[in-house]
Ligand binder design. Structure first.
Ligand code: CU
Length: 157
């Protein structure tokens, strides 16, 4: 087997867990993005990593999503309308670490409806979280794949 193929395999084996372990979070789970939902409680206990994705689901025209700073979050200061996400299925990949804040810009949804989400994002984890069964299954699959790749390489060499 050519050495550059081995290099590609090595890179793939290194990158795969990072890709496989990114988590999609539907904000509010089955309730989606709405008023009178406890987003603080929803976020509590979750560990958000760089590369994970937030998905805001809501009926188009009923809500929207603004990414804001902490002050705007606390005081429900609505940014200009052209900064809003409005598709009803807004996906935000968490690109960096630290605090992230999101609010709805409709009427008083943020101020009186509590439609606001604050999270803290940490570095992507090199190891799967032991508490997540799904991640464990994905990781087990990855180990099987690596074993298969090693077997193929051993046969080829
Ligand atoms: Cu709203």
């Amino acid at each position: 087997m050519a050495s550059n193929q081995l290099v590609i395999l090595a890179i793939a084996a290194f990158l795969l867990p990072t890709i496989a372990m990114a988590t999609d979070y539907v904000v509010g789970d089955d309730s989606g993005w709405t008023t009178n939902f406890d987003y603080k409680g929803w976020a509590k206990g979750k560990v958000f990593h760089v590369g994970d994705k937030l998905v805001f689901k809501y009926p188009v025209g009923k809500h929207n999503v603004f990414k804001v700073n902490q002050t705007a979050f606390t005081d429900c200061i609505i940014p200009p309308a052209n900064e809003a996400l409005t598709t009803g299925n807004d996906e935000i990949v968490l690109a960096g670490t630290g605090g992230k804040w999101y609010i709805c810009g409709f009427a008083t949804h943020c101020a009186t409806g509590g439609q606001k989400l604050a999270i803290s994002v940490v570095e992507s984890a090199p190891e799967p979280a032991p508490s997540s069964a799904v991640r464990g299954i994905i990781f087990a699959g990855y180990e099987v794949l690596v074993a298969a790749i090693i077997a193929v390489v051993a046969v080829a060499v």
